[in-house]
Design a protein around this ligand. Structure first.
Ligand code: URA
Length: 226
């Protein structure tokens, strides 16, 4: 695991995790890019994708939305974080993870030595399901092409998945979350680590320690790290 800097310790503190032992190991770098597409063509693809999402009517969720929530962060990030769907605050602001769960996510990233701005954050769904219910299968089917195109453009080195709903819908499995966390998964050749959703961690703070183990697993799997 990583040698923790004072700042990382501060974030862990904010997460509510006390760390007693620190071992030498991985840092938290964020660049792993292999070239490929011309930057202009890539910008164009991002723009087109953003416009498509903003005007999307592929499922009924468009009727109740205030804003689509496209995703935010570094489009060349090594780290991609995937959550479930926007909540009320995200729908209002058009940005993922800006509520209380978002604050905890920021602390989790900080504990890994990552600033929110250097990763990319997106959701399985771009629109808020009413009353924060789980996404339906047709909604996921209508929306998942957008996320796939984002992943193809970002080409992240590692995907961190938050919570059961995101994990099941990205990886197309139904394994209980408790058995998904703690080991590496893969999406189209990209390593994936699954951990608890920060909203769940707010309700079950005793699980934060396990989440920190997952984040350390992610750090250890990040390409170029040992
Ligand atoms: N929960 C999510 O899964 N995504 C968000 O953007 C906010 C809360």
């Amino acid at each position: 695991m990583a040698n923790l800097s004072p700042l990382q310790r501060q974030y862990l503190d904010r997460m509510g995790v006390t760390v007693w032992v620190s071992r030498a190991g991985a840092g938290a770098g964020s660049e792993t890019k292999s070239g490929g597409v011309e930057p202009e063509a890539e910008n164009e693809q991002w723009l087109t994708l953003g416009e498509e999402v903003a005007s999307c009517t592929r499922c009924e969720l468009h009727r109740g939305r205030t804003n689509t929530v496209f995703g935010v962060g570094n489009q060349k990030a090594g780290w991609l974080v995937i959550g479930e769907a926007p909540g009320a605050e995200e729908d209002r602001r058009g940005e993922p993870f800006v509520g209380r769960a978002g604050q905890l996510l920021n602390a989790m990233l900080g504990a890994m030595g990552l600033a929110r701005e250097e990763v990319y954050i997106a959701n399985i769904l771009k629109c808020r399901p009413p009353n924060n219910r789980d996404p339906s299968a047709p909604e996921v089917a209508a929306c998942e092409g957008y996320l796939k195109r984002q992943i193809d453009l970002i080409r992240p080195a590692l995907i961190l998945v938050l919570g059961r709903i995101a994990a099941h819908n990205l990886l197309k499995v139904e394994t209980p979350l408790g058995r998904m966390r703690g080991k590496p998964w893969e999406w189209n050749g990209i390593p994936v680590v699954v951990t608890y959703h920060p909203a769940y961690l707010l309700r079950s703070p005793a699980e934060k320690r396990k989440a920190w183990q997952d984040l350390q697993l992610a750090l250890s799997l990040y390409p170029g790290k040992s």
